[in-house]
Write a protein that binds this ligand. Structure first.
Ligand code: HEC
Length: 490
């Protein structure tokens, strides 16, 4: 099915989500055309140009041996990151379920987390071009930043004010203030891109009402009388594309200077650096503007949340897979070998930066190691939200200070971390730090008077941290659990 017909059909069904190719910037906006979105089979296309890696980096050699192709990457690595086990992927709405090869292929060129439940969770570079508003009697079209509906109360017409009931539009550029308190027709316009890449504007909704203009024209309220509420609700149900969905003043789909900024895809064929999936693993996305490099922070917890973090060879496989995708090709062959021989990340693994998420084994300093081990292995459940697991946030601000407090559920009220005393540290006991060979979990929990389960409590049961990480945490506590001193595990 070609993409335009998909979109029009969806408009007919009063849902515009899915018309993802409403885009201005041809470089990043248009997904590789012709991927067979309807097909369940990932096995198309022929193998591309490919060369094995012949260098000596042990991580790359391991990646090449263990993860030779895209299918293995999907089934053994990606699937684990946000697998079919519901409840673990806290942020499932924000990025797609990648648990089948076909879903993984669909993520190539697909837009990122624009439908996340909370606007603040949207990364600027995931924002799309907003729909535009045309006002009767005014030339030009005004891009919508964000929209908010304040329902009317009673039949009284409220005095005009920026807080008044109505449908509130916030624009990138001001509309003429002469529309204030005038009866006008608004038309909502969306741009669609056909499969042959020709562009067409579609007016998908019309609304006639009294307008109120504030903030020099950047804020427009379309009056909503009680009898118009249903019309407005159905318009909102259709979904208005908002160019500044996270309301921070940055319109992510607009170029910054000469640099194309967004919207970035989940997986950008040929370019890991502008793939949202990669940015979510790093926690930032790199951007070069005016010759200076910026690291834009990506909201939300780092992937892969509660599940086992990617090892360095797994990262290399993912980066090389993405870099090896040819944006000009219509097809993706997951069974084809990953091109480690030409991959810039294999040739220079320092390019993976920010991804040594757990720090260096043998380091027992707080910032460089312990904090990172906790964030990477525990942060998926113990995030900084109000309903974080066990009331314990191991991500966000103030983690260190919290660890010195008493554990919430401990019947003996021990501190989570007792400086100098690993055996008296509830957190250390919870991670099985003193678990001896052959001892059952039940015996251990009983022997140390613990509440609940051993940590990390994965859906498949306790999956103990690796021995080096536990030894580093032990050494950190033993040495006084400082948040500033550097520390080397004996
Ligand atoms: C899959 C989700 C999950 C993961 C991953 C996880 N936890 Fe937990 N954690 C929980 C839940 C649920 C509780 C509350 C029930 C319990 O204690 O068993 C909890 C409780 C705790 C408590 C007790 C808090 C208190 O104040 O009483 C500690 C300490 C803890 N976890 C540490 C960790 C550490 C350290 C890690 C990583 C090594 C980790 N958890 C990983 C889900 C998780």
């Amino acid at each position: 099915m070609n993409r335009l017909s998909t979109c029009i059909a969806i408009v007919g069904l009063a849902s515009l989500f899915g018309c993802n190719d409403v885009l201005d910037d041809p470089k990043v906006n248009i997904p590789p055309s012709g991927i067979d979105w309807d097909s369940g089979s990932p096995f198309y296309g022929g193998p591309g140009a490919y060369a094995p890696y012949t260098g000596s980096d042990p991580y790359v050699l391991e990646a090449q041996r263990r993860i030779p192709d895209g299918l293995t990457l999907q089934s053994q690595v990606v699937r684990r990151s946000c697998g079919p086990i519901n409840g673990v992927c806290h942020n499932q709405k924000e990025y797609p379920d990648l648990h089948t090869p076909a879903n993984f292929v669909d993520a190539i060129g697909a837009p990122c987390n624009i439908q996340s439940g909370n606007p603040e969770g949207v990364f600027d570079r995931c924002e799309r071009v907003g729909d535009r508003v045309e006002i009767d009697g005014t030339p030009g079209r005004f891009e919508i930043g964000w929209v908010e509906f304040v329902p009317p109360e009673g039949d009284e017409t409220p005095p005009p004010s920026p807080e008044m009931p109505g449908l509130h539009f916030h624009f990138a550029e001001p509309v003429p203030t002469s529309h204030h308190e005038r009866w006008r027709t608004l038309r909502l316009i969306r741009t669609l891109v056909r499969a042959d890449r020709t562009v067409e504007d579609l007016s998908y909704a019309e609304y006639t009402t009294t307008l109120y203009v504030f903030d020099g024209g950047k804020h427009l309220v379309a009056g909503v009388r009680p009898y118009q509420v249903n019309t407005v609700l159905s318009l909102l149900a259709v979904g208005i594309e908002q160019g500044d969905l996270n309301r921070n003043g940055v319109f992510g789909a607009r170029p910054r200077g000469s640099v194309s900024y967004g919207p970035i895809p989940l997986i950008d064929p040929g370019n890991p650096e502008t793939s949202y999936l990669v940015a979510r693993m790093r926690g930032f996305m790199r951007r070069v503007e005016g010759g200076t490099e910026h690291l834009d922070e990506v909201p939300g917890t780092r992937m892969p949340l509660a599940n086992q973090p990617f090892s360095v060879p797994e990262m290399i496989a993912l980066f090389c897979f993405i870099e090896g995708l040819d944006p000009a090709l219509d097809t993706v062959n997951l069974a084809a070998p990953i091109d480690y021989g030409h991959c810039s990340y294999a040739l220079d693994t320092s390019k993976l930066d920010g991804l040594a998420v757990e720090g260096e084994p043998g380091d027992c300093s707080w910032e460089r190691r312990v904090k990172r081990v906790l964030a990477a292995n525990c942060g998926g459940c113990h995030d900084s939200s109000d309903d974080t697991a066990g009331g314990l946030a191991l991500l966000g601000d103030g983690v260190y200070d919290r660890l010195l407090l008493a554990a919430v559920d401990d019947p003996l009220s021990r501190p989570l971390i007792a400086p100098g005393n690993p055996a008296g540290s509830y957190l250390f006991l919870k991670i099985g730090g003193l678990l001896s060979e052959g001892q059952s979990h039940e015996e251990y929990i009983e022997a140390h008077s613990l509440a609940g389960e051993l940590m990390p409590d994965a859906p498949s049961g306790f999956r103990k941290l690796d021995d080096v990480a536990i030894a580093d945490i032990h050494a950190w506590i033993q040495a006084g659990a400082s948040d500033t001193a550097s520390c080397t595990t004996p």
